[in-house]
Design a protein around this ligand. Structure first.
Ligand code: TNX
Length: 508
């Protein structure tokens, strides 16, 4: 594929001095309310951090110490130059929002939860000069514009998905991706852990899934899988950044890797070969065999045991090789298994088929390209909430333009403006905003092999989708977003994010 035309390629800008102090509202996602004041604060060499939550305090200190070179002693409770307080926040902030006050004497973030403090820290991070992201000591000055921000999310669920099945991505890549998505207040990471081309998580009761089913990937490379300990390491790393992992095992279709690993899962008892192409819709678990339900129960049990978060994603998309009646019968047995393990089902919107029953807390993820869909309205009528991932707006694996060297184009070409210009609360007719749990930007990896590829497709579109998930619709404005987005470029350069330099944006 050659070298990507990324922002990071022009690394000369890496060493530029701290840019002029920005305005208080120059943050992505756009905050709910911003009152600027002429009271900037400059972090001094003897500054201190006090936090009511040790985890978020430690995270902030870990962010600031390498680039400032300051000691920034951290205390739990009390008052510091930067104070993170679990009291006194404006009540409107709810359980994810925060209030940020910047005055000449210091910075105070108030919230009702650690997650709220963490979100406030991400705002503070963006208000500091881009060089704050550096791993080595930089000159500063570390000035934050003065005033007050009161901020909270429009939707509870602001996610992105990483497909580690089509091409396997190692733990270190996933962790760095988590660091980058946290900057935009993304709070769910959906991991697509199985597909036709690979099974990426150890299941003790079916060990060949990982060792054989995980042994290749698209194009025939070596693939890979996470041990349970590695998966838990990802979950814990995400949790420290207030991101909840949503694991997906895609059934009953998209299962060639499982079918290849265990002959008994096939209706004809014959294991197919491993698959390294990019076709979809050809594989199905044998829904009429009892062993299939033993298999499903084992997978659900082991995955639920590893997962502290509330959701288990069971796929359910493109089961074209499963007859409709069998699909419904299968889902009607598997969904209660998930509920029985204390988790809520998430499935792609095909789980809205009318013969598939509701299960408690069920969530349907919309990935279609139209603005009305009977499967979704069915699911909503039965009580499901919806995650909005319209493929022609939110899919990060779609090409930006016809000449983008990576990605696919079956749903659309998605330039930044296209990714930004839609409203998750009104996009689907018959789905009121009250039924929308949030948004998710999926990144499928049929064509994406390296971390550089992931970054190039996610940036700058992921921040656009994150803003749709967080910011009130009243702040939605392409011209204003475009300016805030362009200002992120120096930060991405310091962070080493090789982004797509969309010509729709004037990059700083
Ligand atoms: C459709 S969207 C799929 C995936 C592919 C993707 C590629 C959905 C639920 N299924 O299997 O990876 O298109 O864009």
């Amino acid at each position: 594929l050659g070298t990507l035309p990324t922002g990071a390629a022009g690394a000369g800008s890496l060493v530029a001095s701290a840019s002029a102090a920005q305005a208080l509202g120059d943050v992505i996602p756009a905050p709910v309310s911003v009152q600027a004041a002429a009271t900037p604060y400059t972090l001094a060499a003897d500054a201190t951090i006090a936090s009511d939550d040790a985890g978020v305090g430690g995270y902030l200190a870990g962010l600031l110490r390498p680039s400032t070179g300051y000691a920034l002693p951290l205390s739990t409770g009390g008052q510091g130059s930067v104070s993170l307080l679990l009291s006194g926040a404006d009540p409107s902030v709810g359980d994810q929002g925060y209030q940020l006050d910047v005055a000449t004497g210091g910075v105070t973030i108030r919230a009702r939860t650690a997650a709220g403090l963490f979100n406030g820290v991400q705002t503070l991070r963006q208000l500091l000069p881009p060089q704050v992201e550096s791993a080595s000591v930089q000159p500063g000055p570390w000035t934050v514009p003065g005033g007050r921000i009161v901020d909270y999310p429009r939707f509870a669920y602001r996610g992105t998905m990483l497909d580690v099945a089509r091409h396997f991505h190692p733990v270190a890549t996933v962790k760095r991706h988590i660091d980058r998505i946290a900057l935009y207040k993304v709070n769910y990471l959906h991991l697509h852990l199985s597909d036709d081309q690979g099974w990426r998580i150890v299941v003790d009761s079916w060990p060949r899934l990982a060792t054989y089913g995980g042994s290749t990937q698209v194009g025939g490379g070596p693939g890979g899988y996470y041990t349970k300990a590695q998966y838990q390491e990802i979950v814990a790393y995400a949790a420290q950044r207030h991101i909840t992992v949503v694991p997906e095992i895609d059934i009953p279709g998209h299962t060639n890797a499982a079918l290849a690993s265990y002959a008994e899962l096939n209706c004809n008892g014959v294991a197919p070969p491993l698959y390294t192409g990019t076709g979809v819709g050809f594989s199905s678990l044998c829904t009429t065999k009892e062993v299939t339900y033993t298999f499903a129960a084992d997978i659900v049990r082991e995955l639920a045991e590893l997962t502290p978060g509330p959701y288990l994603h069971i796929g359910g998309d493109e089961a074209d090789a499963t007859p409709d009646a069998q699909y419904a019968a299968f889902m009607n047995r598997v969904q209660p298994m998930v509920a029985g393990r204390g988790k809520a089902v998430v499935g792609w919107h095909q789980i809205g088929a009318s013969a598939v029953q509701h299960s408690p807390g069920r969530v349907a993820q919309y990935w279609g390209t139209t603005t009305s869909d009977s499967l979704i309205t069915n699911a909503v009528a039965k009580g499901a909430k919806v995650i909005m991932s319209p493929a022609n707006k939110a899919y990060l694996d779609m090409k930006y333009t016809a000449s983008t060297p990576l990605g696919q184009d079956w749903a659309a070409l998605i330039e930044v403006k296209t990714a930004y210009e839609w409203n998750p609360g009104t996009h689907l007719s018959g789905v009121p905003a009250s039924a929308v749990l949030g948004v998710e930007a999926p990144l499928w990896t049929e064509t994406l092999v390296t971390e550089e590829h992931i970054e190039f497709m996610a940036f700058p579109r992921l921040p656009a989708i994150a803003e749709l998930g967080w910011s009130p619709w009243s702040t939605h404005n392409w011209t204003a977003f475009r300016a805030r987005l362009g200002a992120q470029a120096p930060r991405w350069a310091v962070m080493g994010i090789g982004f797509y330099r969309s010509p729709q944006v004037s990059w700083a």
